[in-house]
Design a protein around this ligand. Structure first.
Ligand SMILES: [Zn+2]
Ligand SMILES: [Zn+2]
Length: 420
């Protein structure tokens, strides 16, 4: 029996994840996300008739994996399968996107509500039967609640990694590679050609920088994505620098509360709890206008300075050499964050910032060695499909997989159909 895989998004690109698997009278859609790049307008994946789908399976609550999902609920009632934590966080992530970009989106709150009503929460390692297929979610180590998806259809088995990380962080344990078996592996390749520097040395430099700036009376802005990176940074600060003043702004508070109601999905929930006890959320504009004037650390979205409170703070902090802007995530081309790294300014033709600028690699994606390790852990593997990757890094990873394991490896384009 052959299965058909159609790439509806994610082919040689990062963002708008969407992979369709058909065969044995079942059709599964793995993720349905939006791309939020240079433009304000979220880019949707290729379209699919919801009536064709047996189920939608969502790996995690980042918008590049779940952001387009409500589009399938305009008239449809497709079962949506995801961990309960992913369901709860997806709700507020999509609500926020509707608030900011609703004008550009072909769905509204009603469709989000329909999606949530059709969601079947599935915990890790529990097996769900759907049609003639069996589905399992496995911890992927990327953010709390994130999952790899295993689907068994007849005698065929597929493993889709979603976004995956192979190191333990404070927030989540690494992906569980202990019992993987599949004939086809669909793997993300975001960092397919590079290894991250060792996390402990990054953390040491990060902590040392913060101590130095605070001792000189400066204020530190850490632009960070509200889901994942902010909580990791707060947990790290709670562990290493519990005595300093830290504020967190934006949706971080709501998302952290949800995470803490699912402690089983966290690696060190006590550190996140400690962060919530020690550090203060920013409650409204009166507070926002005051806090940056004193030496402190402010963790605020958006992580790439595209808007949100981080943009407000940087406009007040950039011109003082005692202050620091510390970036902790990937900065996409065309974003103010990338401009800051490349040109030292966050505005088109703006002045060079005089505050100290640092960029630390706190990635929650596996690097090349981690990805290769995943491939090696999958028993009975016949085919590897690389998605969620720019072409050069996908090619490097594909070549190394072929060299080391002799397995067929493909880098499909959007719209391409691959027989698996
Ligand atoms: Zn992600
Ligand atoms: Zn992703």
């Amino acid at each position: 029996m052959k299965l058909r895989m159609t790439i509806l998004g994610l082919g040689k690109e990062i963002g708008r994840s969407a992979v369709l698997i058909e065969g044995n009278n079942n059709t599964f859609l793995l993720d349905y996300g939006v791309a939020l790049g240079e433009k304000d307008e979220p880019e949707l994946p290729l379209s699919i008739a919801p009536s064709k789908l047996t189920a939608l399976i969502i790996t995690h609550a980042h918008l590049d994996h779940v952001g387009a999902a409500p589009l399938l609920y305009i008239s449809g009632k497709v079962p949506a399968i995801m961990t309960p934590l992913t369901r709860d966080i997806s709700e507020i992530m999509i609500e926020d996107m509707l608030k900011i970009s609703g004008y550009y989106l072909p769905f509204e709150h009603l469709e989000l509500k329909n999606m949530l009503e059709n969601t079947k929460p599935l915990g890790y390692y529990k097996e769900l039967e759907m049609g003639s297929a069996r589905i399992q979610l496995i911890c992927s180590g990327h953010i709390p609640g994130s999952a790899m998806v295993k689907i068994i259809m007849g005698e065929r088995s597929i493993l889709y990694t979603g976004d995956v990380n192979t190191i333990d962080t404070r927030l989540v344990s690494s992906a569980d590679l202990s019992n993987l078996e599949a004939d086809t592996l669909i793997i993300e390749g975001t960092y397919g050609d590079v290894d991250h520097p060792e996390r402990s040395s990054i953390e040491k430099k990060f902590i040392d920088t913060i101590i130095e700036i605070l001792e000189n009376g400066g204020t530190i802005l850490i632009p960070a994505f509200s889901l994942g990176r902010s909580q990791e940074v707060l947990a790290l600060l709670a562990e290493k620098l519990p005595y300093i003043t830290v504020y967190y702004d934006g949706m971080v508070r709501r998302i952290t509360e949800i995470m803490l109601s699912y402690k089983d999905y966290l690696n060190k929930p006590n550190l996140l709890e400690k962060a919530v006890k020690l550090f203060e959320p920013v409650r409204g504009w009166d507070m926002r206008k005051k806090i940056w004037r004193e030496p402190c650390v402010i963790v605020a979205p958006a992580g790439m300075l595209k808007g949100g409170p981080s943009l407000y703070y940087i406009k007040r902090l950039w011109s003082n050499r005692n202050n620091a802007i510390i970036l902790v995530s990937f900065q996409a081309p065309g974003t103010p964050g990338r401009m800051l790294i490349e040109e030292g300014t966050f505005m088109e033709k703006g002045p060079r910032i005089t505050a100290r600028l640092e960029w630390f690699d706190f990635s929650s994606h596996a690097g090349f060695s981690g990805l290769l390790k995943i491939v090696k852990c999958v028993r009975n593997l016949e085919k590897v499909i690389i998605v969620h990757s720019e072409e050069p890094s996908a090619k490097y990873l594909a070549n190394r997989i072929r060299e080391e394991l002799g397995v067929d490896t493909y880098i499909p384009e959007n719209g391409q159909v691959v027989e698996i």
